[in-house]
Design a protein around this ligand. Structure first.
Ligand SMILES: Nc1nc2c(ncn2[C@@H]2O[C@H](COP(=O)(O)OP(=O)(O)OP(=O)(O)O)[C@@H](O)[C@H]2O)c(=O)[nH]1
Ligand SMILES: [Mg+2]
Length: 372
């Protein structure tokens, strides 16, 4: 029998910083001599996160077409594929879809019950975006994403074995204290690490917690509790957001592709603002021969983040992958994106484009009680 691999599941609302943390942690684990792979997950294919992480040289597999809870068998097949594949990882970091919750009942418990021979679970991590929590506390039910989306945001942390308060670089030390206290109030007895994934703060501490298995209640392991969740509100919250994934082939952008990607994101920011459509996360990846650029906009007022790997051949064609999670009807979202796209380049071919509202979650398994 092959040795069990360690699976570290991480959830947290859209744009919290999960992919940024995973990239940072995977590289540090590799530097410690560990074999690591990453699993990304989404409602549809063509993920910016997958391109982003692969562009950073990581071994990445994708579970597309539904969250881990609804694609549990797909998750198991993907783990199996990684195990048989070239890198044969000891540790797999798996990022759930950021609009999902109830991962303990639908993913962690079935893994404990049905797959404990082949998978060792690290504490289930939930990451919270510090500025978003600050806003949620201040505005209560009036969050710009709507009260049902806020319901999901609020529930996510309540099932954590390990909590991360991220983007601590964007709040003051006093606010870190207050927000940490708020998280401890929401999820008592659960370890909390303050992180700034973008600058690397807290990443080593997270890795140590994953490897030692230190989780909720001072115990080890994963899935101490399961949520008592209102699936109608959960489904309504997910359906508040329009979801669009596109994969587009572009001829050489006139101003260079970095400028073209930034201009596209800024055109979309303006368009969504004009319609009063809140941004949950807008991501664009441009990939060409020799390099890639990833632009992220986690909300309408944030500064767009830009990361580049390699040096792309400026004369070569590129592919653009775009993922938008916006509080807007899918048909309107599609229209705005199609309207914004042509300015990006002279010639483009849309290879794939899907725009939809996430369907009601139908988990493969659901355990009403935690497995001992
Ligand atoms: N200031 C700051 N920004 C961060 C930090 N961590 C991540 N970000 C930025 O937040 C944005 C979202 O980060 P991601 O890592 O893509 O977030 P995610 O949780 O994977 O998002 P989804 O996959 O859409 O759910 C990006 O623009 C990041 O650069 C941080 O610690 N501080
Ligand atoms: Mg991500």
């Amino acid at each position: 029998m092959t040795a069990p691999l360690t699976l570290a599941l991480i959830n947290g609302f859209l744009g919290a910083g999960k992919t940024t943390l995973i990239a940072a942690a995977a590289k540090r684990l590799q530097a410690r001599g560990r074999r690591v792979a990453v699993i990304t997950n989404d409602q549809a294919a063509d993920l910016v996160d997958t391109h982003n992480l692969r562009g950073q040289g990581l071994d990445v597999a994708e579970v597309a077409g539904g969250c881990f809870c609804c694609q549990f068998d797909g998750l198991m097949a993907t783990l199996d594929g990684l195990r048989r594949g070239g890198s044969n990882p000891e540790i797999v970091l798996a990022e759930a879809v950021g609009s999902c919750t109830d991962i303990s009942a639908t993913v962690v418990q079935p893994l404990k019950d049905l797959h404990h021979d082949s998978v060792r679970l690290a504490p289930f991590t939930v990451m919270v975006d510090a500025p978003r929590l600050k806003n949620a506390v201040a505005l209560a039910a009036e969050d710009q994403l709507g009260k049902d989306v806020l319901y999901i945001f609020d529930r996510q942390v309540e099932e954590a074995d390990l909590m991360l308060l991220n983007k601590t670089d964007l709040v003051s030390p006093a606010e870190i204290e207050a927000l940490s206290a708020e998280m401890r109030r929401r999820r008592p007895g659960t370890p909390l690490i303050a992180t700034a994934a973008r600058t690397g703060v807290g990443v080593e501490a997270w890795i140590d917690a994953l490897l030692s298995g230190a989780g909720a209640g001072g115990g080890t392991g994963a899935g101490r509790s399961v949520l008592d969740l209102d699936y109608d509100r959960y489904a309504a919250g997910e359906a508040e957001l329009g979801w669009l994934n596109a994969h587009i082939s572009l001829a050489q952008p006139a101003d260079g592709w970095r400028a073209a990607a930034i201009a596209l994101v800024e055109r979309l920011r303006t368009a969504f603002r004009a319609r009063g459509a809140a941004i949950a996360h807008l991501k664009v990846a441009l990939n060409g021969a020799g390099g890639s650029v990833v632009i992220g906009l986690p909300d309408a007022s944030a500064e767009a983040s830009i990361s580049e790997t390699g040096t792309a051949d400026p004369a070569a064609p590129v592919t653009l992958v775009l993922n938008a999670r916006i509080r807007l009807a899918p048909e309107d979202l599609r229209q705005e994106i199609e309207r914004a796209l042509p300015g990006t380049a002279g010639t483009m071919t849309i290879l794939e484009l899907s725009a939809f509202r996430p369907a009601r979650p139908q988990p493969t398994h659901r355990y009403g009680q935690p497995i001992a």
